[in-house]
Design a binder for this molecule. Sequence first.
Ligand code: SF4
Length: 709
Amino acid sequence: MVSSTSEKSVVYGACPHDCPDTCSMLITVDNGRAIKVEGHPDHPFTRGTLCGKVSDYLDRVYSPDRILYPMRRVGPKGSGQFERISWDAALDEIAVRFKQIVNDYGSEAIMPSSYLGHEGLLNGLTVGDAFFNRLGATIAERTFCISCTSTAYLMTYGPTHGTDPDTFSHSKYIILWGCNALSTNVHLWPFIKEARKNGAKLVVIDPVRTRTAQQADWHIPVRPGTDGALALGMMNVIINENLIDADYVEKYTVGYEELKERVNQYPPEQVAEITGIPVEDIVTLAREYASTQPSVIRIGVALEKQAGGGQGVRAISCLPALVGAWRHLGGGMLQAPMWPFPIRGEVVHRPHFIKPGTRVVNQWQLGRALTGELELNPPIKALFVYNCNPVTQSAEQDKIVAGLAREDLFVVVSEHFMTDTADYADLVLPSTTQVENLDLMFSWGHTYVTLNLPAIAPLGEAIPNTELFRRLAARMGFEDECFQLNDEELTMEVLDWSTPVMQGLDMALLKQQGYAKLKIEAVPHAEGNFPTPSGKCEFLSSMKVDSNYVVPVFRQGYEEYPLGEPIDPLPNYTPQRESVQSNPELAKRYPLSLLSAKPHQFINSCFANLPKHLKLQGEPRVIINPEDAAKRGIVEGQVVEVFNDRGAFQVSAKVSDNTRPGIVVAPLGYWRKLSHAGNTINAATAATFADMGHAAAVGDALVEVVAIG
Ligand code: SF4
């Protein structure tokens, strides 16, 4: 707590949303009611500001639409008709149904479904892992984002935080690669601004002229899924023009000769054909990047969402070592600086409960799993959803809805609001918001641990996710010690407080200032020291991975995986599955590449039901280039249908050259029931994977667009 009088107090909080910034917050409480949420002014990275999504977080907390009591379905599935019941009745019903299903079909007939609707180490991604692993449920693989970039990055550098974002202001050449920082990593922007004030150049590589691209010194509109080819072409120029840092390459990398041979297959002329970027731009980019130090590359999450996303990130990640960018303060690369957080996997997942051979089902394929397309044996008979909204956020939306509508599927949803998914629940359970619970936050955008203290008592009968799984464990008769730990005890258990990066950092410090920085080096790789098997940057990777390898954190801590296709240990270029170039037959019917974009006012599907955010964001619109619009007789504002063989959704048209011909961009996050014709972008996306980490290949889809209004 920051301060307290007899009536008012100010309490440390932390934003729980799926965002790399993990803002430190101050919550003012007056007579038990939270009256103000603001950014913590002292936090060195988030610097006292919250984005527009969360600055009025209390509208969310006190929304009249909040779910505050357990509810049981009384109407048809999907009708949204529920009646209030007691917690005892809800827990009893879950326990009875789960025990019956285990008895009739086996425990793998039960599947959890969860993601980063909450990022806390207590209430977030892993909160249900101990319970479901103990139950013997199907393991739900959670690879919606960064499972692919993480694999590619680890293959090159190992688990290093990379360039500390706090040092970006020292950079002289900044590349935001597939990263719309102004909408999705907003607290990095002041550091970039500072660097630019000191003469740095900002380059944005993105198929779309995003808000960030519009602010850049140079926007390079690469074709979707061809980023790896562009990076290979840059390396071709850098090597052939002898712009490498030969000393750095010699001392601190392995596989240079093999890399050289590989990049010689990607001359700029060929790369221009693939990427749609002129030869002279590829050459200029390579020369500027190599010769302006410190240079830094910030990669976004979108890069991986392609058939060849992993190899693309592999190629990009080789660039900083090739030019010796790691030598300098503010130089190198930033993927997700979460790797040094000493999160104790044995605590957050309790993987020792898992029996070898337990079934794994990827949530990106939930629709296929629920509709029988995956031919699962036993079939999924119960789905327990928390911290996510798969109807809007997973692929092949029509299949998910059809699966959830199955009368024989028992569905439980723990939520704040009646989402599209909750509408299909048999039981809906009320969960607390971040101002009502204790949590400890890691970050995938900076290197601070942040504390979130409960500021107010839970509203209605809402409970934290931690308490939900304690109660469920008790109902199921699980007496293991881990289910007896209260939240204060969990905060001490989830991190390894004794590791060097936690030196000088303890709970007393967190309670005193609300956050604390990990003890990491500002220039970690000036002399190599990469945490790879060789201790060097591995252009030729020695990491034993194949296409089925998934970092355990994305699969409830489970480390076994079936053998997949071998992964080329050298960076390579893999074309999209669906593009005009790679699949001309399909492109005859569906000639436009579909990309999804995160709306500025939403975080995934969070906030997309709140009136203020919906009004500010406006109706869902597909951005279409004027050339493509004219060919189809589409005019600004017209209602159009975007479709392919998987499904269709309706939006209005935004005719703009912010996207290049052949590419349309539609928003992700709008709720289905609040949208035109009741479908959203994931009706048209495919439940296919990228080349690494089973990542969701959401950006690899062809569609057609027709005017209907
Ligand atoms: S969503 Fe991101 S930028 Fe907004 S308050 Fe939360 S952490 Fe900060």
